[in-house]
Design a protein. Structure first.
Length: 231
């Protein structure tokens, strides 16, 4: 006896289901226009080069919504902000926080040429998720590619039942030769967690660590970002 159409579709469901990368892109594109929110963003940075350490802390209160982004408070000195001295500098400086306030936009750009390497079902913080392993493009121009000897850009993304990202890890490593005998090596590890608020996607926290050497001199940095909603 031939199976009924509903039964046949149910059996084929897992095969007909789009892969996790396609689901993630579709969910990001389907996000509604961002509702207005107020977010407090805290950043801590540490750079070490040639034995010299530089430490920075920044706190900002930012408003983001349909009318755009506006920095309401900022502990960073005005002369160090983007667009300082220009009319409307608070809006120009808000570009510093795009990755925190609208991470879906940046993620969609990164996924433009992404390739799905692996997809697995897992449990994260007590709920079912899918773990996607992706190969991402470094977007190097022809001049940069001519110097690169080795380049890797991989990411692991955990998506929830709504196909939106819960967390993302990125690994970037580049080895290049810039003069006849000089070499450059850089490794970047980025760990992000996301949060949902008022039907929008926001960054919850991020840690970015950089190690490398250029012309025989080592350097490293570690930056952290934390975002919290303000009533």
């Amino acid at each position: 006896m031939r199976p009924s159409l509903p039964l046949a579709l149910a059996l084929l469901g897992p095969l007909l289901h789009a892969d996790g990368l396609a689901d993630l892109k579709a969910a990001l594109k389907a996000l509604p226009a961002p509702a207005k929110v107020h977010v407090r963003i805290e950043e801590d940075g540490r750079e070490l080069e040639e034995g010299k350490e530089q430490v920075e802390h920044r706190t900002a209160l930012v408003e983001d919504g349909p009318g755009g982004t506006r920095v309401l408070e900022d502990s960073r000195p005005a002369e160090r902000r983007k667009g300082s001295g220009d009319k409307g500098a608070d809006r120009k400086d808000s570009g510093d926080f795009r990755e925190a306030l609208r991470p879906g936009e940046e993620l969609l750009e990164q996924l433009g040429k992404a390739k799905l390497l692996e997809e697995k079902a897992e449990t994260r913080e007590g709920r079912p998720v899918r773990r996607l392993k992706l190969a991402l493009d470094l977007n190097l121009d022809a001049e940069a590619r001519s110097h690169v000897k080795q380049a890797e850009h991989e990411a692991t993304v955990w998506i929830g039942p709504d196909n939106l990202p819960l967390a993302m890890d990125q690994h970037i490593e580049v080895r290049a030769r810039v003069l006849l005998f000089a070499s450059v090596w850089t490794k970047i590890e980025i760990h992000r967690r996301f949060q949902r608020a008022q039907n929008r996607l926001l960054l919850l926290d991020e840690t970015a660590e950089v190690q490398g050497s250029a012309l025989g001199k080592a350097f490293s940095s570690r930056d952290t970002t934390r975002c919290s909603l303000v009533p």
